[in-house]
Design a protein around this ligand. Structure first.
Ligand code: HEM
Length: 405
């Protein structure tokens, strides 16, 4: 076992000083302290971070690391305002075996490659309709508001059976839920509102099942069992929020990366079949959900020669793993032909992203169509003038991206 020298000298979450790169400190951690303890924003609180690709995958694959957000040692990356931590039922992301497996099995069949392929024509149509609207409207336009957010939001609404007419209600609240900088009471309020809204929707589907994902789940649930109903609402919240927040930010950032790297854009323009490799590289390159996969050690666990004691919090750094030069030569280069498949942008192991097949398809269709139909797409302001989410955000992204063509 290795002694960890001088623990807790840096405070997480660390800022991304450049929107196209992880915090500078990740490189040093990977090279010098691949498993180490760091400070958290609340006085006296600490967690472990793990920085190498191999070790990050080992932690994510190991169910002795719990995802239970109600554990007292579950890392708090936001500064507490002193109020009691949020209680309530847990969602799939925060369940451990055996409940996690049951929850996952109830929906995983809805997200197979085959199921997602069946959605391709409709996703293409949604993408085209939003580009039609951009072409018909004034320039410049905010790509986030006109395209990146509404496309995945409408797709997940149709898949789940959530009325898209309510999109501004849940989009504004979801954005607060994933922003740890939002004061705790406001986050709780936003989460309660989305929960309440979906509770009402689930009740109506229990009364009269519909031909959509939530309708199918409702048809199998026992309406008289409050736990089954609460589980269903929790799943609806997880899918609705994760289903649009993540992909939306990746669409915006992806456009920025292609505009910053015209040589890479030229490759997909010449050969659109390379778009799926490009999407994998974008997922690796940005790792937008870098701070999502928080864990707590349930027993003493050795990682790369260091023992993480039972009852201590851990964050495997997906973004450090995805820039590990042992796996990705010249890791900071954006190279769509490198072959980035074993990236951990969707996590790894039992909690690996359920929506990854959907996200991949949405991203592939979005970039291919956008650059084909708007060949002169340009940023309307320099990249340096864009504003990005705070380091504590659960999902990284740009607030707005003015574009013209
Ligand atoms: C680019 C888009 C996306 C990224 C980068 C992303 C990232 C992630 C990551 C890193 C995890 C693992 C969390 C952990 O280990 O604790 C995860 C889990 C999850 N994601 Fe995604 N996600 C994306 C899109 C989606 C979409 C479109 C959906 C819904 C349709 C979705 C639903 C979920 C769910 C339900 C889980 C929890 C799985 C479990 O706990 O077993 N995600 N996602």
């Amino acid at each position: 076992m290795t002694e960890v020298a001088d623990p807790g000298t840096i405070t997480f979450p660390l800022p991304r000083t450049c929107p196209f790169a992880p915090p500078d400190e990740y490189r040093r951690l990977r090279e010098e302290e691949p498993v180490t303890k760091v400070d958290l924003p609340n006085e006296g609180e600490q967690m472990w971070v793990v920085a190498r690709h191999e070790d990050v995958r080992a932690v994510l694959a190991d169910t002795r690391f719990s995802s239970n957000s109600h554990h007292p040692a579950y890392p708090r990356l936001n500064k507490s305002d002193g109020s009691a931590p949020q209680q309530g039922r847990r969602v799939i992301l925060n369940l451990d075996p055996p409940e996690h497996g049951e929850s996952r099995r109830s929906v995983v069949g809805e997200f197979t490659v085959r199921r997602m392929e069946a959605l391709r024509p409709r996703i293409q149509q949604i993408v085209d309709q939003h580009i039609d609207a951009m072409l018909a409207g004034p320039k410049p336009v905010d790509l986030v508001a006109a395209f990146a957010l509404p496309v995945p939001s409408l797709v997940i609404c149709e898949l789940l059976g959530v009325p898209y007419a309510d999109h501004s209600f849940f989009e504004t609240r979801s954005a607060k839920m994933v922003d740890r900088a939002t004061p705790l009471d406001e986050r709780s309020e936003a989460s309660d509102a989305v929960m309440g809204y979906l509770h009402g929707l689930v009740q109506s589907k229990l009364a009269e099942p519909t031909e959509d994902l939530l309708g199918r789940l409702a048809a199998q649930a026992d309406a008289a069992d409050p736990i089954a109903v609460a589980d269903l609402v929790g799943m609806a919240v997880a899918l609705l929020v994760a289903g649009h927040e993540t992909t939306a930010n990746m669409i915006g950032l992806g456009v920025l990366a292609f505009k910053e790297h015209p040589d890479q854009l030229a490759i997909i323009r010449e050969d659109p079949s390379k778009i799926s490799n490009a999407v994998e590289e974008l997922l690796r390159y940005f790792t937008v959900a870098d701070t999502v996969a928080l864990r707590v050690a349930t027993e003493d666990i050795e990682v790369n020669g260091v023992t993480i004691p039972a009852g201590e919090g851990v964050l495997p750094l997906g973004y450090a793993a995805n820039r590990d030069p042992n796996v990705y030569p010249d890791p900071d280069a954006f190279d769509i032909e490198r072959g980035s498949r074993q990236h951990v942008a969707f996590g790894f192991g039992p909690h690996q992203c359920i929506g990854q097949n959907l996200a991949r398809m949405e991203l592939q269709i979005a970039f291919e169509t956008l650059f084909r139909r708007l060949p002169n797409l340009e940023l309307a302001v320099p990249v340096e003038e864009l504003s990005f989410r705070e380091p504590s955000a659960l999902v990284f992204g740009a607030h707005a991206i003015p574009v013209t063509w």
